[in-house]
Design a protein around this ligand. Structure first.
Ligand code: ADP
Length: 667
């Protein structure tokens, strides 16, 4: 592991600790180098200054001795200069005459060669200083002229020891190093404590968050700020939730008073809390602030966890005890992930059998959104659909499905409400109404059946008469009579078959139905009756219209209801008015924009506006007792809607009525 990686992987405490120590060491080294540079330059100039001072005083004192050439006095003057502590500083002194001949010097050994010429004094210069190496010692040679009036009579040379400076600096270095070491150790200890102070709450927070992620919320959180608004504000509001708010600072506690005296949740009252002294104290220390906000977060998670658990229990019990079968399906294949006990009960499968089974095994199910059909917010509604139980018996259900998440899986929750009983009642009602219609028709039907019966009677009476009178019936006549009787029997049978078809209880499954064919078969039954009542039926049926998905038998009943209502309306009008009225029922069919349209228009009494809004209500009728049950249009609208169609009324009172039905063309 490289050093960089080691630093990266070190604990936060060590990172803080080492970086503080490193910075202090770096600062100490820089200070030491700077101080050394300042000291050296100031000491050097001090030494040169002192050298110049001593040199000038020697030049002053030696002038007389040079003039009198008193060399012994001159020598003792030089030696006096090096007395005391100057001995260490001044290495040598020598005096040269005007010809630069050394007159006297302080060397106890022979005068070093070349020293006399090493630092010549340039003319017109007050002095000259040059760093020389004299027998292995670094020396600043200070040369000062000796003047007598305007004449230079000699030169004083002083050798100032440079090592003396180094010695002084050495002493200072030791003192400085000691000082820096002491400071470093103190900072070392402080930074260690500081690093611990900063990182301890953080590692505590880490431990607590680990516990929370393990799902343990009952851990005592001792990171509290210890800050209580009641102590800071000397508050006596014992009713306030923050009064006993435990570790949580007041601005996080719901229902407490904010700065402006109102009670608001945290996010909203923060604005006013910013001015509050309690809040200001609480947010001064970032680590404390972090701890408070962490406590608040843990508190909220705990609360929402509790709420979540509560709602889970609620929804579980809804799921388990719900009155309708509920399934959870996986969204791609519609495989059953879960099903409630009611689903087991209704469909007869066990939980084990249901899990993993494709939901489509129970009955048709198509996500119209996925199929591109579009639905409301992903909701799927399939009404009155037939599903199968385990034993193969059918069950009628209304299906409501919504997309949801089930753990990590994209799922669909399906409620399949059992409406078998309702469907059965509906079909009984429809059947009852149909039977009523048949009853109404009985006079007309009797008339219709009577005609073939009369013809058969006539034929058979003819045969009887011929047999009784013992006459031979010519071959051709016998064939013709028998054929006529057989034809009339077929006609009567056809009428009865049509009646049976109409009266049959329709099955549940929808088929592709040709509307035109339904119109014709209804007219087959009641056309003759209408003709007897002098009602014209005008047909404008478009042969090119497509089929619709519906129950053929029920569509016939719808058309039947509309035609009989039209007939009644025309008869009512005829009863009211003296003059003969136009008695026409016009039936047209057509197709536009993928929809088949069927209109039944009459020239009857029309529907007043006040009545219009009620005609689809069950048992609403304006007809006399015994003439109408008020069920026709209510059943009609139910059947039309069940086939995905619509029904619309047009027309004005006293001007007849037009009913328009539309159905989507079957794909
Ligand atoms: P019923 O025919 O047994 O009265 P319906 O539900 O078929 O029951 O009709 C309800 C009411 O609607 C009728 O009583 C009548 O007042 C009105 N109605 C229906 N069709 C027409 C029509 N073509 N013209 C005028 N009124 C009508």
């Amino acid at each position: 592991m490289t050093l960089l990686e080691k630093i990266k992987n070190a604990s936060l405490k060590n990172k803080i600790f080492f970086s503080i120590t490193l910075v202090i060491l770096l600062i100490s080294v820089l200070i030491a180098l700077f101080t050394r540079w300042v000291l050296i330059s100031s000491l050097t100039s001090e030494i040169k200054r002192r050298g110049l001072g001593i040199g000038h005083s020697i030049a002053e004192s030696s002038r007389g001795y040079i003039l009198t050439e008193d060399l012994p006095q001159l020598t003792s003057l030089l030696f006096d200069t090096r007395l005391g502590d100057r001995k260490l500083l001044v290495v040598y002194v020598f005096i040269q005459d005007k010809e630069n001949q050394v007159l006297v010097h302080t060397f106890t050994r022979p005068f070093p060669r070349g020293l006399d010429t090493a630092n010549p004094l340039p003319p017109d210069q007050p002095h000259s200083i040059r760093l020389l190496d004299v027998a292995g010692t670094s020396v600043y040679d200070v040369a000062i002229p000796i003047w007598e009036g305007i004449y230079q009579i000699g030169t004083v040379h002083l050798g100032m020891n440079k090592n003396h400076i180094n010695r002084l600096i050495g002493k200072l270095r030791t003192t400085f190093l000691g000082f820096v070491s002491a400071v470093t150790i103190i900072f070392f200890i402080i930074s260690h404590g500081l690093a611990r102070y900063i990182t301890r709450p953080i590692s505590q927070l880490t431990r607590v968050s680990d516990e929370i992620s393990r799902g343990n919320f009952d851990i005592p959180i001792q990171l509290g700020t210890g800050l209580h608004c009641r102590t800071v504000k000397s508050c006596r509001q014992k009713g306030c939730p923050a009064y006993d708010g435990g570790d949580l600072p007041c601005w996080y506690v719901e229902g407490t008073f904010s700065g402006d005296g109102t009670v608001r949740p945290f996010a909203e009252k923060r604005e006013s809390c910013i001015q509050c002294p309690v809040y200001k104290m609480g947010v001064r220390d970032e680590v404390r602030q972090l701890a408070s906000s962490f406590i608040n977060m843990a508190h909220r998670i705990k609360e929402s966890q509790a709420r979540l658990q509560e709602s889970e229990v609620k929804y579980r019990s809804l799921f388990n005890r719900g009155p309708s079968p509920i399934f959870v399906l996986e969204r791609d294949q519609y495989r059953i992930l879960d099903a409630n006990p009611r689903a087991e009960e209704v469909f007869g499968y066990t939980q084990k059998e249901l899990k993993g089974m494709p939901f489509t095994d129970l009955g048709p199910f198509e996500d119209t959104d996925r199929a591109g059909g579009g639905n409301k917010g992903g909701e799927i509604v399939i009404s009155r659909v037939q599903y199968l139980k385990k034993d193969g018996s059918p069950i009628h259900v209304n299906v409501h499905a919504i997309p949801a998440r089930y753990g990590d899986v994209k799922a669909i929750i399906v409620a399949a409400t059992d409406i078998s009983e309702m469907v059965e009642k509906d079909s009984q009602l429809i059947q009852a109404s149909k039977m009523t219609t048949l009853g109404e028709m009985s006079a007309g039907i009797a008339h219709e059946v009577n005609q073939p019966l009369n013809a058969i009677k006539m034929g058979s009476e003819f045969l009887e008469f011929m047999a009784e009178s013992g006459r031979d019936i010519p071959e051709t006549d016998l064939t013709a009579v028998v054929r006529e009787i057989s034809g009339q029997v077929d006609r009567a049978a056809a009428i009865i078959q049509r009646l049976r078809d109409f009266g049959r209880k329709s099955d549940f499954t929808k088929d592709r139905v040709q509307i035109n064919r339904c119109v014709k078969s209804v007219l087959n039954i009641i056309g003759r009756q209408l003709a007897l009542q002098n009602i014209n039926v005008e047909l404008e049926l478009d042969d090119r219209i497509g089929p619709v998905m519906a129950h053929g038998n029920r569509i016939e009943q719808v058309i039947f209801n509309l035609i009989t209502n039209a007939r009644d309306a025309i008869n009512q009008r005829q009863e009211k008015e003296e003059a003969p009225v136009d008695q026409t029922i016009r039936i047209t069919s057509g197709q536009r924009d993928g929809h088949v349209r069927l209109t039944v228009a009459d020239t009857g009494v029309g529907i007043p506006d006040a009545v219009k809004s009620r005609i689809f209500e069950a048992f609403f009728t304006t007809k006399k007792m015994g003439e109408g049950m008020g069920l026709g249009l209510s059943i009609t609208s139910e059947i039309v809607e069940d086939s995905g169609g619509t029904i619309q009324i047009d027309g004005v009172p006293e001007g007849g009525t037009t009913f328009t039905l539309t159905f989507p063309v079957a794909g």
